[in-house]
Design a protein around this ligand. Sequence first.
Ligand code: IFM
Length: 726
Amino acid sequence: MKDWIIREKGFSKEHITLNGNKFICGNGYMGIRGTLEEYEKEHLPAVNLAGIYDKVGDGWREPLNAPNALYTRIRVDGRDYILPEVEASKHEQVLDYRHGIVKRSTTWKTGRGEVTVISEHFAHYTCPHIYCMQYTIQTTFHAEVEVYTGIDADVWDIHGPHYDEITLSESGECILAGAVTHEKGETVAVAEQCGVSFFNEQRVDVQEKKILHHISFISEKEKEVKIEKIAAVYTTQDVTAPEKAALEEVRNAFKKGYGACKKEQIEAWEEHWKTAEVEIEGDKEAMEALNYSLYQLQSIAPRHVESLSIGARGLSGQTYKGAVFWDTEMFMLEYFLYTQPETARTLLKYRIDTLSGAQEKARAYGHKGAFYAWESQEGGYDACTDYNVTDVFTGRPMRTYFKDKQIHISSAVVYGIMRYTNVTGDDSLLKEGGIETILECAAFYDSLLLQKAHTQVYELHDVIGPDEYHERVNNNGYTNRMAKFTFETAVKILREAEEETLQRISNAYPVEELAKRYQEDADRLYLPQPEKDGVVEQFDGYRKLEDVSVDTVRSRLLHEKEYWGGAYGVAAHTQVIKQADVVTWMVMFAEEFSQEILQKNLDYYEPRTEHGSSLSACMYALLFCKCGRPECAYPFFLKSAKADLAGGGKEWAGSVYIGGTHPAAAGGAYMTAVSGFGGVVLKDGKVTVNPKLPESWKKLRFHIRYQNKLYQITETKDSVNVECLQ
Ligand code: IFM
């Protein structure tokens, strides 16, 4: 069995937040931040739940952190041994990312000898409501040991507290926390059962928001005492009686035992890696970082339901309101499509099921069709606020236009549905509302078109493209091309629809008329063209802006957390952009440009890009690959693959915390490896590969699923083998 380990030796207070992300584990239902058992809310522990949100007062609507059943602290001879308060003589944190198991080992020196705590925990891969922990205590001397372990319902919140009511109780051998949310009165129930390997005295204590087993014993020199815990989480979104469900499930899992659960965990992840692993011979660093990225993606994959998507920060907390952005379709989708199409389907089903939210948003802005939420929560509710950034100087919210103007979001949904259909060969999504979704997105763009006086040309004005530093611009090339793609897709759907579909939709949609109209929209929509030097202008007037370097713009900051965009941001009046924009367009539609134009735009835009978003690097990597420059792509690839390992990403937008994991970067790293370096193209039922391996890569091997078949692809510098396995 392979060892895939991340290890950090020594304890550093400065790493508490970063390690919460780096040592995370999850199973799509929940994400458990990689914090230590004794941490309370100041150190951001969280059992973050997928798809359930709450809003308190004027605060932002955000996902829930469930009461934390890993909470454990020890006292030896009357003194607490906890980090960061009491300095440890030895400490390490480990993540086995092959199996989603997180470990820690900490030794403290006392006047009488050493106290060591070793723990491991995991979110159960096949039982999404369950998480398990083993906590071992060892002393080098006879000591009076007290362990407090149970459920801490005093959770970390950014805009909380979200629980109006918390009930803590005992039920037989189990303890239970039931917490009721403020906005909708949803219940989150957490049940826990624990067992101790050594003779001990126990009672249950209820403190203000904690229910804890108080376990005391006299430790024997060098003899380990093990505590094994199983916890289950259910909410009223899962079942009507979550307390009952949590208790039942915890009892069953506890009967099975920690060891059996761990065995299931290891077997399930091993099974997953059989077809998901990407092997790179000759570059250990890249292989580890890439598979770690895949671990991150897999830990947030919603495998337990049929309709749910993934937030921009995965399940690492409440940053970005736990909301779904274009990140899912444009950056993460390929990994799920190629490794587990059923999860890809779940992600897109969520968009189809939230169509009514998108229609409501379009109506609210006076448009037609479907304008998807920029920050989508359940039902398609747009959690993005009109004031999404706080000014660091005044502390006042700044008017931002992400919600109203980032219209490219609807085209990402269309792109996702079509990619699913083409890669899987399964048209069930189209039949179950996908067609209507596409037509509504086309209607949205159609209602936004402006005709330039005395010409036949249509334009899209007052938008924000992927580069968010330039707000309210006209004719952003990426946006226009994606709107055109939406029209083209709508026409294809209408022209190729089967009789049955035509009958279904013809009441709501005048098929012939719309096909003609959208064809005309597609033909007449303006797309910026390469200028004399080959550069395509990002939006009208972009090249007239001040042409300065990223460093110059940075040097103008008066505060390190100052926002670069918006009306007065340091980048707003310059050509410095936040993230790949024209380059993203060119990655998507590379075949529409000559190699020379692709190269010229790469070379023009890269030095002007701050890469202030973790979504940026992979797009540059992909375009460098398309231009046959894998060595230039490589550092961008590595940056994406290491987004959650290295830290150092942007943690603040103004004074708003935006830290957490970066699943879009992880997905971007996958796309770069497989489609960029690997050169995979799936078209007309055929898998073709045109490798562009970086110098050090001797061999690249991975599997992909395409139209119900599983392929193993092996590439070296001078050979390619595509084998159909099933
Ligand atoms: O979707 C992105 C956006 O493109 C840049 N800001 C962060 C968002 C969430 O990742």
